[in-house]
Design a protein around this ligand. Structure first.
Ligand code: FAD
Ligand code: NAD
Length: 463
């Protein structure tokens, strides 16, 4: 059998692979990039892009329904045209995927190979019976939704994010299992499209990795829109109930099951490493299948790197992209970039969104530092009042001795954007006084960040 030789092989055309292919191409290297499904991966096809587009439609419908708050009325009710909503999301996906494909096709030294890649040795992978070899191999295989073996899960139709983003009909009653990023974003958007929605979460609060005050406010925001939230669900199971699906929540308390027409499973993701032949190459993974990498994203083999969700060092598009930046800078630019230098921020795109960076208040408290703390309700943010979007709050926690911000949360209108003021400050390693003489633009949510910092007081343990 002939073996095709390349300078580099990239497995997966998600959020790191294509950008890396571009840099290697510019460096004159012959590159094979292998994709088994859709170019653009999760973010483009079943993740960020379609969800944020659908959330855009849901927000518009919600605002229209709130016409009375703004001084206008609609003739008749807001009617959702689900095929049109779905078509809008599909167009965003297809345009983005096509852009990615055109971009790759324009790279003279890069060959896009369609098929499933599997290692046969540390320098060789097999795709559709053909062997490809290269001195360097980059793994960017991403992940997929977890489907735990809950009782009855195979007896009823259960959707994942991949199925829901393709829906063009409205579920009568959507039951969402899992109250974190995926669950909450879909729950609110489908409620706004007109479905009944129940969220079932195992922990005793939603989005439990955040502070309790955030969980509480997120729950209140969702309940105000008529979403039912059931927490402490330690016994989830599924049964047919006539034409519907019954989902048990708690076995001990004998609570009534939730009855719905559709179920979305959103209880986490797992890496696509189980069918990659890693053992043939001797690439080490942890107990959950994530590829073990060092601070420079090198696996236990010096010629193989793992980027994006599959290395367990991040679970966002921006962390996958940053992995590409780190690998490219180290290999091609003579730099010494490391994952531990990354200041990770993220956002939860419910409305209003939650923008986050750094430690939670709970984590800061556990760190044993002397802390400063400041919190401000969005009803005291002029821009929020003017927009008629006053739910939520912003807060910051800082180290009283080093005078550096440790973490912040903005759960409020434009929180996903405004958090960058703090993220940039933390990234630049600036003290809290640094923003004192900044002149932020009025009226914005960001203009309250210096005020928030001026309001820092010794922390009294209120997390
Ligand atoms: C519903 C949802 C919403 C999200 N929203 C956001 C958001 O708003 N912001 C954000 O930052 N992140 C969001 N994410 C997370 C984000 O999508 C991922 O973190 C990101 O896509 C990870 O990129 P990646 O390159 O590591 O993997 P992926 O994008 O998953 O790409 C991996 C690629 O590898 C291919 N592949 C896998 N195995 C093989 C193989 N053996 N051979 C060949 N090809 C293979 C796959 O087909 C895929 O195309 C969301 C995720 C979901 C599910
Ligand atoms: N806005 C964004 O950036 C965004 C949006 C969507 C997804 N994502 C990415 O996708 C990843 C996966 O998101 P996710 O929400 O599926 O996972 P997650 O790991 O964030 O949350 C899973 C939730 O399900 C709950 N859960 C687990 N087992 C359960 C059970 N048996 N019964 C009931 N509840 C159970 C957990 O307690 C948790 O609240 C995230 O890590 C995130 O990085 C990001």
């Amino acid at each position: 059998m002939s073996i095709r030789e390349f300078d580099a092989i990239i497995i997966g055309a998600g959020q790191a692979g294509p950008s890396l292919a571009g840099r290697l191409n510019d460096a004159g290297m012959r590159v094979a990039i292998i994709e088994r499904h859709l170019v653009g991966g999760t973010c483009v096809n079943t993740g960020c892009k379609p969800t944020k587009t659908l959330i855009g439609s849901a927000y518009a419908a919600h605002t229209a329904r709130r016409g009375g708050d703004y001084g206008f009325t609609l003739k008749g009710q807001v009617a959702i045209d689900m095929p049109a909503v779905a078509a809008r999301a599909r167009k965003v996906i297809l345009d983005s995927r096509a852009d990615n494909e055109t971009w790759l096709a324009g790279m003279a030294n890069v060959e896009l190979i369609r098929g499933h890649a599997r290692f046969v040795s540390a320098h060789t992978v097999m795709v559709d019976g053909e062997e490809l070899t290269a001195p360097r191999i980059f793994i960017n295989v991403g992940g997929r939704a977890v489907m735990p073996p809950m009782p009855g899960v195979r007896d009823v139709p259960v959707m994942t994010n991949t199925d829901v983003v393709a829906l063009d009909t409205l579920p009568r009653h959507l039951i969402v299992v899992g109250g974190s990023y995926i669950g909450l974003e879909f729950a609110q958007m489908y409620r706004r499209f007109g479905a009944e929605v129940t969220i079932i979460e195992r922990m005793d609060r939603l989005i439990a990795r955040e502070d309790p005050d955030i969980s509480e406010e997120v729950r209140a925001i969702l309940e105000r829109e008529g979403i039912t939230v059931r927490t402490g669900a330690d016994c989830v199971g599924f049964k047919r109930h006539g034409g519907d699906i019954a989902v048990s929540v708690d076995c001990e308390k004998n609570d009534a099951p939730a009855i719905g027409s559709h179920v979305l499973m959103a209880v986490g993701r797992r890496p696509n490493t189980d069918d990659l032949g890693l053992e043939a190459a001797g690439i080490a993974t942890d107990a959950r299948g994530y590829i073990i990498v060092d601070d420079r994203l090198q696996t236990n083999l010096p010629n193989i790197f793992a980027l994006g969700d599959c290395n367990g060092r991040g679970a966002f598009t921006h962390t996958a992209y940053n992995d590409f930046e780190i690998v490219a800078a180290n290999l091609l630019d003579g730099e010494d970039r490391r994952v531990s230098q990354r200041m990770t921020g993220y956002a939860l795109y419910i409305d209003p969104p939650l923008g986050r960076v750094g430690m939670t208040e709970t984590e800061a408290a556990k760190s044993g530092r002397r802390l400063f703390h400041s919190k401000r309700a969005m009803v005291r943010v002029g821009r929020a009042v003017e927009k008629g979007e006053t739910q939520g709050f912003m807060k910051v926690i800082a180290d009283a001795d080093t005078r550096r911000i440790l973490g912040a949360a903005i759960l409020g209108t434009s929180g996903d954007e405004a958090i960058h003021g703090i993220l940039d400050m933390m990234n630049a390693d600036q003290p809290i006084e640094q923003l004192r003489w900044a002149v932020p633009i009025h009226p914005t949510v960001s203009e309250l960040i210096p005020t928030l910092l001026l309001g820092l007081q010794p922390w009294k343990g209120e997390a």
